[in-house]
Design a protein around this ligand. Structure first.
Ligand SMILES: C[S@@+](CC[C@H](N)C(=O)[O-])C[C@H]1O[C@@H](n2cnc3c(N)ncnc32)[C@H](O)[C@@H]1O
Length: 217
């Protein structure tokens, strides 16, 4: 993605974006993100690192009875995605400007999400940066805690080394998750797995993809 996503018009996040500073005080205890939506009883799905929000906006339009919550820590993409959600006037999608792994670990209540989507996550190829990858032993334990019974984490990447990392982590946690294939996501078009911004970009470059679903045991 380019470093600047929109210079030409003001980006409005109100009603769709939740800034880290607007989260309830840490001391108030864990948050239930279902309460942030018009219909808190609806199924909740989370996307970690949603970039410009392409996947979230598409999914929220196709499945209006599901609530979609994105996490994006880069301010310019957060603002772009929140503004995009506002322009589409979708009441079932929101984005939080914070570190998703920190939110899940320290702020999120148990058993809240039906799906955690993680698409084309930053590979952090240097060994000394591997600790920055979203998938870690600790984050898989948190995924397991915040997923509802039978909930799923769906992982897609083009990066061979990151894929090996995913496989190694999945095989270390067979007590927590069963590994299955990823089926085409509802809003993806023919020939796509997810239809996210990065999938489309990498598909044009002819890259191959790896995908797995981790089903909570
Ligand atoms: C390579 S982009 C992929 C964007 C999108 N998922 C797609 O497939 O088009 C990865 C995005 O994840 C964001 N990100 C990485 N780690 C994150 C974290 N722990 N919390 C929130 N956002 C994160 C980055 O800022 C970046 O926008």
């Amino acid at each position: 993605m380019g470093s600047v996503v929109s210079k030409s018009r003001p980006l409005i996040v109100k009603g769709f974006g939740i800034d880290h500073a607007d989260l309830p005080p840490f001391e108030a205890g864990r948050n239930d993100p279902r309460d942030w939506f018009d219909n808190p009883a609806a199924r909740l799905e989370i996307e970690i690192g949603c970039g410009k929000g392409t996947f979230l906006v598409q999914q929220a339009a196709v499945l209006p009875n599901v609530n979609y919550l994105g996490f994006e820590w880069a301010g310019e993409f957060y603002r772009y995605a929140a503004d995009r959600m506002r322009r589409h006037q979708l009441s079932n999608v929101k984005i939080v400007h914070t570190d998703a792994t920190e939110f899940l670990r320290f702020r999120c209540v148990d058993e809240v999400a039906a799906v955690i989507h993680l698409y084309f996550s930053d590979p952090w190829p240097k060994k000394r940066h591997h600790k920055r990858r979203v998938i870690q032993d600790a984050s898989l334990a948190e995924f397991h805690r915040v997923l509802i019974s039978g909930g799923e984490a769906r992982l897609v990447t083009d990066h061979d080394d990151l894929w090996t990392w995913y496989q190694q982590h999945a095989s270390r946690h067979v007590d927590l998750f069963e590994v299955r294939d990823v089926e085409r996501i509802e809003s993806a078009t023919e020939g796509e797995i997810v239809g996210s911004n990065f999938e489309r970009k990498y598909r044009r470059e002819g890259r191959a993809f790896h995908a797995m679903t981790l089903v909570k045991k």
